[in-house]
Write a protein that binds this ligand. Sequence first.
Ligand code: SDX
Length: 428
Amino acid sequence: MSRTAKLTFEGREIELPVEESTEGELAVDVSKLRDAMGMVTLDQSLANTAICRSEITFIDGDQGILRYRGIPIEQLVDRPNFVEIAWLLIFGHLPNRDELAAFSENLSNNQLLHEGLRHQFQHIPVDAPPMAILSAMLNNLACFHQELLSVDDTEQFAHAAARLISKVRTIAAFSYRRSRGLPIIHPDPALRYCANFLHMMFSVPYRHYVIDPEIEDALNLIFILHADHEQNCSTATVRTVGSARANLFASCAAGVCALWGPLHGGANVEVVRMLEEIAAGGLQPEECIRMAKDKQSNFRLYGFGHRVYKNYDPRAKILRDVCDRVFTRIQVRDPLLDIARKLEELALADSYFVDRKLYPNVDFYSGILLRAMGIPTNMFTVCFAIGRLPGWIAHWKEQHDDPASRIIRPRQVYIGVKQTDYAPMNER
Ligand code: SDX
């Protein structure tokens, strides 16, 4: 029996269908509202609006639950394999042995950049923001793979997806090497996904970077934990751009731009900068908490709070534990971890944060881990993008494959002036 919600307004009424999600969440379908009642809904920042139906990821913000295609992320912690999870998110099931081998082979065969693209790095300022380089280079792939721009060809989609996931590492590593005046290191097809990225980042011509399995596992896990997160800002951006039937390269390049923002993926950079300032004695943890609560200060406790999670971000929990494992392994204790722990302790004991249900999110510990691997702060959000790419691709595909999807074009509430006339210059 279909359920409805009744809306009455000034003597008129409409029954709106109510849809129930797999996990029992209810959604009022307002798609007929404007035709029937001449009104639209207003939900600034879309905090209460579902923009699509999706089967990819489920989050329960109150319980702190995150599942990829139904699988709780906690089950992905042991023997993490980012390539396997990328396939799961994009194609909807865990790959069998042959599928995984073929996908890995496809990634290995597509990790080099076209020489024309590679030479463009020579003309980029060495201090250019890595996220600007990344979004430009992902979009640039459309110039060098024009045979993969059709949005309706499933085979082309699979090749474009593999090229994006494979080459994003090469682009990231090349931009890092250029920024340090180091010779670029080409990918080694004998290495697995994350090991190859570390190789391209840190090897030198006369000495290969020694891949520590613990570090390789930690990087796989970081990428897995960032792989998808429902309709976050950057994924909604990819869907919006893709809804206009823009190609996959352009849509993901737009996702990079949204992720760059400090309220979104850029937060992992701000967290470490905040922790470094505390470590340098420029700030006290207690001062951070005070400023975060002071509306007059534009200080935010980066890495805290979330639009959906009103509980501890399950990804932050896992990353916090991995920090201990990695630091034990490399026999280093980064003071930033202790400062982060202190900040967390102070915040979770403070009514301002407790009342607003502000808990550590994925960005609170991810930067400390990346830093332990030798990845510079300005590359943290690039690493977030490497992880998030399969999620963006999965949502672009899901939207494209949905016969009900149309171009995303929201309405607005116009609050500007009524009609007025053009004033010639001498009358202004
Ligand atoms: C990511 O959406 C996703 O899924 C994103 C993500 C993903 O995987 O894609 O999870 C990745 O982006 C994680 C979030 C990273 N950003 C940060 O860590 C930046 C710091 N956090 C905040 O800016 C904020 O919490 C947001 C942006 C994450 C969420 O913003 P909302 O949902 O719009 O919440 P809000 O700004 O309306 O805050 C509600 C209240 C406000 O106080 P009051 O007006 O009620 O008095 O909480 C306060 C805010 O001032 N608040 C904070 C705070 N976060 C919220 N106060 C101090 N420090 C903070 N970090």
